[in-house]
Design a binder for this molecule. Structure first.
Ligand code: UDX
Ligand code: UDX
Length: 477
């Protein structure tokens, strides 16, 4: 083996870097794995003896951390030192959408990638393999390579091999996705470096699931995978409003179309719109790249996937207002679920943020409960839309109240809005909740998970996304 790997460094201890390296540590006991991050607080949490305090909630993660941390898996802020010890370095830092300057709102901000490449160029030893884990615009490897290969008088002998090895993990099932991936994609030009990374994955992944490509195909495939997944959700969501108008039911439609193997049954659940750190960012980036190459038709095709997503959340807010007699000013509304999907505490791009913002603008008082998202995070996400004295305080002016249970969120509320498909919302005690609420009361089920019959029996007016079969009179679609 031309590149014996004994020591790995991963830059970025986030939702991707943390779980990915935990699995590497589990299956590679002979390799020392250092996960480094600039953020001191985050590293402190990764090293916390109380596993409840890990910075990321991910089913199955606590066990793997407790079994491997301190053995061959280490978390620290010693970025330079750990880079200098590594045979292979993963870049797993965030690449948010640019907020200003050229490509603002669409292009990915590569300042962290640039900074990492410069650190690697300065501190890494010769012949290090550098692996892109972050989702990056196609051709970023070229930028990284240019920085790494720039003449360096202090270390003239250094050379680097660059690989693209995008992650396909989905939050909430990241551990399972990492342990049993559909495929592992490795892009690169140097066969020995590719073999070194394949050798790591072969410890737990079948050979025929490991695909190798050139660098550009690998980078682009990651972006396009996310675009296709998001497109499926926008496609099904675009039909929900039509179901509501025509008396059809999106759940039945999903099953009927998904039974065609060419379409497939997965990823067809209608909802309040997709969230998460990847979909919007990656499609925006795709739109930007297409426009850059003058492919305006391709760009506008993909832009529509984002537009439908935005429309889906705003039409839900409008439906809530219309049902509550055209005004929600001063009315209390219980929000159940704030994370962008179940089984994660991640709120990035959560549709709940958009919907809550619109309800606040209409003057509602929101009582928000999520099983895993902490109070501070909810307040941080919504504080830009509020004055200080409106946030979770005892003054009569408050507009935002953190609730620690579904019951608390229901108390004195006119409506409940289910925004995340947490298991505990599937069998809520509707009778108990109805006794706490102000009559007449509504439930808006944007995830099609509640037991409608029970809710109706307890006197709720029920609205469900994409369900045109609900009796007219109860609700306005
Ligand atoms: C990842 C990928 O990196 C992103 O490209 C992909 O599209 C989504 O998933 P994620 O792990 O979710 O991002 O991001 P985040 O949880 O924000 O973690 C990134 C970490 O990198 C942060 O903890 C940040 O402090 C750290 N960081 C950033 C560094 O340590 N150094 C830097 O220079 C920049
Ligand atoms: C996604 C990709 O799935 C993963 O492969 C990639 O590496 C990162 O981006 P993630 O963002 O963690 O993963 O979550 P995902 O399960 O894809 O869900 C994204 C959003 O789509 C969520 O808001 C979810 O609620 C929504 N969704 C998903 C639906 O509304 N309906 C569905 O049927 C599936």
């Amino acid at each position: 083996m031309k590149y014996p790997i004994k020591n790995i460094c991963c830059i970025g201890a986030g939702y991707v870097g943390g779980p990915t390296m935990a699995i590497f540590a589990k299956y590679c006991p002979d390799i020392v794995i250092n996960v480094v991050d600039l953020n001191k607080d985050r590293i402190k949490k990764w090293n916390s003896t109380k596993l409840d305090n890990l910075p990321i909630f991910e089913p199955g993660l606590e066990k793997i951390i407790s079994e491997n941390r301190g053995k061959n898996l280490f978390f620290s802020n010693k970025v330079e030192e750990k880079i200098s010890e590594a045979d292979m370095i993963f870049i797993s830092v965030n690449t948010p959408t640019k907020e200003k300057g050229i490509g603002a709102g669409q292009a990915s901000d590569l300042k962290w990638i640039d900074a990492c490449a410069r650190q690697i160029s300065k501190y890494a030893k010769a012949n290090t393999i550098v692996v892109e884990k972050s989702t990056l615009p196609v051709k970023t490897a070229q930028t990284i390579k240019q920085i790494l290969d720039a003449p360096n008088n202090d270390f003239p002998d250094k050379n680097f091999s660059i690989l693209s090895n995008p992650e396909f993990l989905s939050e909430g099932s990241a551990i399972n996705n990492l342990e049993n991936p559909d495929r592992v994609l490795i892009g690169g030009n140097n066969k020995d470096a590719i073999d070194a990374l394949i050798d790591i994955y072969l410890r737990w992944v079948d050979k025929d699931k490991i695909l190798t490509t050139d660098l550009w195909s690998s980078e682009l495939s990651k972006l396009i995978s996310n675009a296709f997944l998001a497109q499926r959700i926008s496609s099904i969501n675009s039909i929900t409003a039509l179901c509501e108008k025509t008396g059809a039911n999106i759940k039945e439609v999903s099953i009927a179309i998904g039974s065609d193997q060419r379409i497939g049954k997965y990823f067809l659940n209608a909802g309040p719109g997709f969230g998460g750190s990847c979909f919007k960012k990656d499609i925006s980036n795709l739109v930007y790249i297409c426009n850059f190459y003058g492919l305006n038709e391709t760009a506008s095709y993909w832009q529509k996937v984002i537009d439908i997503n935005q429309w889906q959340s705003s039409r839900i807010s409008e439906i809530i207002v219309r049902n509550l007699f055209g005004t929600i000013s001063g009315k209390k509304i219980g929000i159940l679920g704030f994370s962008f999907k179940a089984n994660t505490n991640d709120t990035r791009e959560s549709p709940a943020i958009k919907i809550c913002k619109q309800l606040l603008e209409e003057g509602a008082i929101l009582k928000i409960y999520d099983p895993k998202v902490k109070k501070e995070k909810i307040l941080k996400e919504l504080s830009p839309y509020l004055y200080l004295d409106e946030i979770d305080n005892k003054s009569s002016n408050h507009k935002l109240i953190y609730s620690s249970s579904a019951e608390e969120a229901s108390t004195d509320s006119d409506a409940l809005v289910i925004l995340t498909e947490w298991d505990e919302f599937k069998d809520l005690n509707w009778n108990k909740l109805s006794n706490l609420m102000r009559s007449p009361y509504w439930v808006f089920d944007t995830r099609t998970i509640i037991n409608i019959e029970d809710a109706k029996l307890s006197g709720f007016n029920v609205w469900r996304i994409g369900d045109g079969t609900l009796k007219k009179g109860d609700i306005v679609n």
